[in-house]
Design a protein around this ligand. Structure first.
Ligand SMILES: O=C(COP(=O)(O)O)[C@@H](O)CO
Length: 257
């Protein structure tokens, strides 16, 4: 049976100048991660650094993505970036629906769905973030909150497109400074429910990665859970040694490593 290769990626959020981003990319290109066949590595720079990072990582195993996009092809959308622009810069994937965009920039399930539809129409891989707030978690409403957000994604995803959608379960209460990483078993349960939702609609599961205070101490335990298909890392992977270290640690823990 084919051994699944976990996704392991990082978004740099609003960090790194072009020079810093390209230095990270050059160091990554010189590492074993650049030629790995054990995991599916990806980095998501700020818009300003995508082209330079994508050029440096071209021909390696590392995918490059964008942190957001608009759903329109073009037009009077000041400050926005379109799918064609993202592809032109060299990205092959786009992160959508991050809780920081839902909280601070008015992103909704409806706008996320518009963006997913546009990303898939342009052949991009859509990494769609879903998560429960602390209030939903404490009320025991995690599953229903995730089901609602995932349904918005599935409502615009054709069966033939499902392989180009990856869900990132990111508890809002786990992300960033002060975030508490989810218990691996709890996260695994949520991932399994999302997979069950996909099977009910499409007859097949979907990849679901975990994000929210992933670090060198918890990466193996999280990656080892059966329904966790990878890790989506922020702070612990913002320096290249941190990112490479987590990838290598997870690789060493994979079956048959
Ligand atoms: O936000 C994310 C996780 O950030 P951490 O700093 O690891 O908590 C995820 O989307 C990767 O950016």
């Amino acid at each position: 049976m084919a051994v699944k290769r976990p996704w392991i990626g990082t978004s740099w959020k609003m960090n790194k100048t072009r020079a810093e981003a390209e230095a990270f990319a050059r160091a990554l290109a010189a590492s074993k991660v650049a030629s790995t066949r054990k995991v599916l590595p990806f980095v998501i720079p700020p818009f300003t650094a995508i082209a330079g990072v994508a050029e440096i990582l071209s021909g390696t195993a590392v995918r490059v993505g964008a942190q957001n996009m608009h759903w329109a092809e073009a037009g009077a959308w000041t400050g926005e970036i379109s799918a064609p622009m993202i592809k032109d810069a060299g990205a092959t994937m786009v992160e959508l629906g991050h809780s920081e965009r839902r909280i601070h920039f008015g992103e909704t399930d409806e706008t996320v769905a518009l963006k997913v539809k546009a990303a898939l129409a342009h052949g991009l891989l859509a990494l769609v973030c879903v998560g429960d707030t602390r209030a939903e978690f404490e009320a025991g409403a995690t599953a229903s909150a995730l089901a609602r957000q995932v349904e918005a994604v599935f409502s615009v995803t054709e069966p033939s497109q499902l392989s180009r959608v990856v869900i990132a379960y990111e508890p809002v209460w786990s992300i960033g400074e002060g975030g508490v990483p989810a218990d691996p078993d709890f996260a695994d349960e949520q991932h399994a429910l999302i997979k069950k939702q996909a099977v009910a609609r499409y007859g097949m599961p979907i990849d679901v990665v975990y994000g929210g205070s992933v670090n060198p101490a918890n990466c193996r335990e999280l990656a080892a859970r059966p329904s966790i298909d990878g890790l989506f890392i922020g702070r612990s992977a913002w320096d290249v040694q941190g990112y490479v270290g987590i990838v290598e640690s997870v690789c060493e823990s994979l079956p048959g490593a």
